[in-house]
Design a protein around this ligand. Structure first.
Ligand code: THU
Length: 138
């Protein structure tokens, strides 16, 4: 497991918070920003993009992961997630993150850029259903 310096954490949080300004949230008015760093050091941001057909909305974290995967990246080190109130990633985002590794570090921060919690996908989604689950014998 990697260790992140305070500066590394803050710069990812700041990147997510800047991205958050581009969130498209006419319905919830709850902008979310994410910044994902891959094991190769590339950075991908994401924002939530809402839709008049509400369930079609996609979360910031999944946008960041899907951008990365669509650019050929599948191994992640850390994702920062910023909301006004330091909210925690939703269940669907936890599941999508779990697909690509339970060790991914998750930094949860508020709109002031203050780190509220550092955790991992493993902690956020215990007993996850992962790609291995499809082939593993009970
Ligand atoms: N949202 C995210 O972007 N990420 C989460 O993990 C939680 C929820 C978005 C979806 C919707 O646009 C708004 O926040 C309110 O649910």
């Amino acid at each position: 497991m990697i260790t992140l310096t305070k500066e590394e954490k803050q710069s990812l949080i700041d990147l997510a918070n800047e991205a958050r300004r581009r969130a498209y949230v006419p319905y919830s008015n709850y902008p979310v920003g994410a910044a994902l760093r891959t094991k190769t050091g590339r950075l991908f941001t994401g924002v939530n993009v809402e839709n008049a057909a509400y369930p079609t909305t996609i979360c910031a974290e999944r946008v960041a992961v899907f951008k990365a995967v669509s650019e050929g990246e599948r191994e992640f080190e850390v994702i920062a997630v910023v909301t006004d109130n330091g909210g925690s990633p939703c269940g669907s985002c936890r599941q999508v993150l779990a697909e690509f590794g339970l060790d991914t570090i998750v930094l949860i921060a508020d709109g002031q850029g203050k780190l509220i919690k550092q955790t991992t996908v493993q902690e956020l989604l215990p007993e996850a259903f992962t790609p291995e689950s499809l082939s593993r014998k009970v």
